[in-house]
Design a protein around this ligand. Structure first.
Ligand SMILES: [Ca+2]
Ligand SMILES: [Ca+2]
Length: 301
């Protein structure tokens, strides 16, 4: 898995380098305040306000993170008015950017909306992207690009959920890996929750990557561990960085063909922390999501 991640990243970087020779130095990003995180109430709100023509304090008040590296109203306005961002934020593809279409869908996406709720009432009549599949695909690609490139300071810390397959038959066992990716700090431990749709897959087991984590616990003993709470800790002096395994989880597929589930993660108590003396240095991570779909077993009718 680590090899695959490295390969994917190198391939992506190679493409970026080839492409960037003939493109603008500036690239647009969903991380509008450039704090290394994607948040509805900062990045999403800044976009909405900008598209409603707000400037100055009306643009930035209570909408810029404490760690923002792009924080002044002038810098944020200039960033969002750049040619790169003009195109980047035309989410429905009607050649213009509007608060109640492009801004609203971006904000909903950053709030975690998916399916019909993501696009309902927010597609312009001249849109060239009109389906939830197209809109979700576009926003997912923007998010993936942000995670792979990192922000301008290179600190996109991502926890990924990686199902072994994206389509699987009823009755089969699905293996899901959880990995940390692009960590640049000395990670001391973390606590997070994983949730899914119980009508599609049922939890059967978890293995924590014990070689890395010398203390850990999970809520597998619960009769219905959904969400599953996973906490891992490491007492090595230097902590863990780069890409690393966290856990492998197995599920039995109980859904019928056509049904699907997302795997979603959020911080649990404490979130992730960096090595260091107390008080613990909290680090912000982005949680990737993944979906699997139940399909008809090969050979059956
Ligand atoms: Ca941000
Ligand atoms: Ca538009």
């Amino acid at each position: 898995m680590t090899v695959l991640l490295h390969f994917t990243k190198r391939f992506f970087l190679a493409c970026t380098l080839l492409f960037s020779a003939n493109s603008y130095a500036l690239t647009c990003s969903l991380d509008i305040d450039n704090d290394g995180n994607l948040d509805a109430l900062t990045d999403g709100l800044l976009l909405m306000r900008h598209l409603f023509n707000s400037t100055g304090d009306a643009l930035t008040e209570n909408a810029v993170s404490a760690n923002a590296q792009r924080s002044s109203a002038g810098d944020i306005s200039a960033f969002l008015e750049s040619p790169e961002c003009q195109d980047f934020f035309d989410i429905d593809g009607d050649q213009q950017r509007d608060a109640l279409t492009d801004g609203l869908m971006t904000m909903r996406y950053l709030f975690g909306f998916s399916g019909p709720a993501l696009i309902q009432g927010a597609i312009s009549s001249n849109a060239t992207r009109t389906t939830e599949t197209e809109i979700t695909g576009l926003l997912d690609a923007k998010k993936t690009s942000f995670m792979d490139e990192g922000n301008n300071s290179g600190t996109a810390l991502v926890v990924r959920v990686l199902p072994a397959v994206s389509e699987i038959a009823n009755g089969d066992i699905l293996t899901v890996s959880i990995v940390g990716s692009n960590f640049t700090t000395n990670t001391d431990g973390g606590s997070f929750e994983l949730s899914w749709d119980d009508s599609v897959v049922n939890f059967t087991g978890i293995t924590i990557a014990d070689s890395l984590w010398d203390n850990s616990f999970d809520t597998r003993a619960n009769t219905n561990p959904n969400p599953l709470n996973i906490s891992v800790g490491n007492s090595a002096a230097t902590g863990i960085g780069g890409d690393f395994e966290i856990a492998t989880i197995t599920f039995k597929v109980v859904g019928q063909p056509g049904e699907a589930t997302s795997f979603l993660m959020v911080d649990a108590v404490g979130g992730w922390a960096q090595n260091g003396l107390l008080p613990v240095n909290k680090i912000n991570v982005i949680y990737d999501t993944a979906n699997i779909r139940v399909v008809t077993a090969p050979g059956s009718n």
